[in-house]
Design a protein around this ligand. Structure first.
Ligand SMILES: O=c1ccn([C@H]2C[C@H](O)[C@@H](CO)O2)c(=O)[nH]1
Ligand SMILES: [Zn+2]
Length: 293
């Protein structure tokens, strides 16, 4: 088991600990549960799905990297496929506040990058901030996305975001998590190809600046991140954040990063290059390349 779970795990109910132990055995537990694993945990604990998600939140929060605030937020996104995806906030020393990933963004991006087609609900241990409510309003589940908070009745995103501003206000019909393929041909080495693959599924309806990042770890594992724009612009999740989030959730550390590649259009109105290089440098990685779409 990864050492980050050592404090939270003993606090879980004993029947949950017993059923979870084999799933968490690998240091690189993928921070997601298949529908079958969820069913196993439910029958071992006799918890309904909502109660099980709440019970698992301490493990999701244990994945947080909060070197600034030490305020660990955990989230679990439940996909329509039945799979559950952990999310946790990430703060980056030596970068800017704007590079921060919120736990809700982490769980949503996690589910999306693993190929989930839509979300049914998000369970989170603190009330979602305005930025996260806006970020989630980009999703193809719309305002009917379930939001489950400890000690509160289940609600929808619409309840938490009345009078919502969203993609429709900008006449955008393709939503976050809708299937997208920008069709840029794959080229270059395996890492460049992974970055292009990530860019091809990115969500950039507002600026038409698709982008993707691929990070390779010293053991050869590759993590990709796709850019996810937001109708309100600022809550946009950059592609590097998507990749760093998967790397972290899979139990890797920044020191494991060998190199990274960014894929973007040379003639796009926006560029991720400077922010990507600056944040990776703050994390100790100077080896960054760019491949043109
Ligand atoms: O909805 C929220 C609110 C805050 N945070 C994180 C951001 C930052 O890392 C820390 C303090 O705001 O908590 C979240 O992850 N989700
Ligand atoms: Zn937030």
């Amino acid at each position: 088991m990864h050492s980050r779970f050592h404090t939270a795990f003993p606090g879980l109910a004993e029947n949950l600990q017993a059923a979870l132990a084999p799933m968490l055995a690998d240091t690189h537990f993928p921070a997601m549960l298949s529908a079958e694993q969820v069913a196993t945990l439910q029958s071992a604990t006799q918890l309904d799905a909502d109660a099980l998600a709440f019970a698992l939140l301490p493990l999701a929060a244990a994945c947080a990297r909060t070197d600034l605030s030490h305020f660990n937020v955990g989230a679990i996104a439940r996909g329509v496929s039945g799979s559950w995806y952990f999310g946790a906030n990430m703060e980056f020393l030596g970068a800017t506040m704007q590079q921060t990933v919120h736990a809700e963004q982490s769980a949503v991006s996690h589910a999306w990058l693993r190929g989930e087609k839509a979300l049914a609900s998000v369970t989170v241990n603190y009330t979602p901030c305005g930025h996260c409510r806006q970020f989630m309003n980009e999703l193809n589940s719309g305002l009917s996305l379930g939001i489950n908070l400890p000690g509160r009745a289940p609600h929808t995103l619409g309840d938490y975001l009345p009078d919502a501003f969203g993609p429709k206000d900008l006449e955008i019909k393709t939503l976050l998590m809708d299937e997208q393929d920008h069709g840029f041909p794959l080229r270059g080495d395996a890492l460049a190809q992974a970055a292009i693959t990530a860019a091809n599924k990115s969500h950039s309806p507002y600026t038409h600046s698709p982008s993707g990042v691929a990070i390779v770890c010293r053991d050869g594992r590759i993590f990709i991140g796709s850019y996810a724009e937001n109708a309100a612009f600022n809550p946009t999740l950059p592609p590097l954040q998507g990749a760093l989030n998967l790397l972290n959730l899979n139990g890797f550390d920044y020191a494991d990063i060998e190199r990274a590649t960014l894929a973007e259009r040379a003639d796009a109105p926006l560029t991720q290059w400077d922010a990507t290089v600056a944040t990776l440098r703050a994390l100790g990685c100077e080896n960054v390349e760019r491949v043109q779409l």
